[in-house]
Design a binder for this molecule. Structure first.
Ligand code: ARG
Length: 272
């Protein structure tokens, strides 16, 4: 029996657009509908609760992006690397995440304070092989993949992100059960794309079109053969079904304005 999954989320009590640190946030200052954001977040939570436990981190005033718990840190077993945010706007989240992990029995690994690393937003475990995909280029520093490999003792593939709209790895790549990989190839530098192709067989690659990528279809939560996304075209849905997955659409327009969707709003606390 596999350990049941627990997903960390943080209620959007103080969610808003108060600054701009990615292209999605431009022109969105104070432009979110709080009631709609709450309904969408509740909808995602309810959908996930059919397949996993949901743990909650308390929301914090003046830290609107703390809802994006994918960026709290990177968990492996009972160890965690707590994020070191690139932007000062999000650094205030760090002590809250640290407290959450300490209170919940995680061993916090040392991480150098001068190396930005944005947790599971930029580091994703493959679901078919023992491999960690690590993104860098916009948020996490170039030194991050090698450091993760050393600290966690897990083979790590470094992927250089080149499109500012896909600034975190989890906005353009999602490992799925059975070794499938949902991804948007143009978000990666040529050599990184070649690395992906060398590590994942063609039959396991689900490359998406820009139209789907812009709906953050790669920002997916995979649980129990279900793939929870903000949006996906009919053709992508049928490709997912063809690979044995059940796509579930949970609209997250308010969070898209901040540059985040389903995966960003969650962090799996069980990673073996
Ligand atoms: N506004 C947030 C930021 O720019 C969104 C974070 C989205 N999180 C993610 N894991 N992609 O940092």
């Amino acid at each position: 029996m596999m350990t049941p999954q627990t997903v960390l989320m943080c209620p959007p009590d103080h969610f808003e657009i108060a600054y701009v640190i990615n292209p999605w946030m431009e022109g969105q200052f104070a432009n979110t509908d709080a009631a709609l954001a709450r309904r969408q977040w509740d909808g995602l939570r309810a959908a996930l609760e059919r397949h996993a436990k949901v743990a909650l981190e308390p929301p914090q005033r003046a830290l609107p992006d703390i809802v994006f718990t994918a960026n709290a840190g990177l968990v492996l077993g009972k160890k965690v690397i707590v994020s070191r945010f690139r932007s000062p706007e999000r650094r205030g989240e760090e002590p809250h995440h640290r407290a959450f992990f300490a209170d919940n029995g995680f061993e916090i690994l040392d991480w150098p304070s001068d190396i930005p690393f944005e947790g599971a937003g930029d580091a994703l475990f493959d679901r078919g092989q023992s491999l960690l995909w690590a993104g860098h280029g916009f948020r996490s520093a170039a030194a991050v993949p090698a450091l993760l490999e050393k600290l966690l003792g897990r083979k790590t593939a470094a992927l250089n992100l080149v499109d500012p709209r896909f600034y975190h790895l989890d906005t353009c790549l999602c490992p799925l059960d059975g070794g499938y990989l949902l991804y948007f190839p143009p978000a990666f530098e040529e050599r990184s794309r070649a690395l992906i192709e060398s590590l994942v067989a063609p039959s396991k690659r689900i490359a998406v079109e820009e139209e789907d990528a812009l709906k953050f279809c790669c920002n997916a939560v995979d649980l129990d053969g279900h793939v929870f996304v903000n949006g996906a075209s009919d053709s992508l849905r049928s490709r997912l079904r063809g690979a044995g997955f059940t796509p579930v659409i949970t609209p997250l327009s308010e969070f898209m304005k901040a540059g985040g969707a389903a995966k960003c709003l969650t962090l799996k606390l069980v990673e073996e």
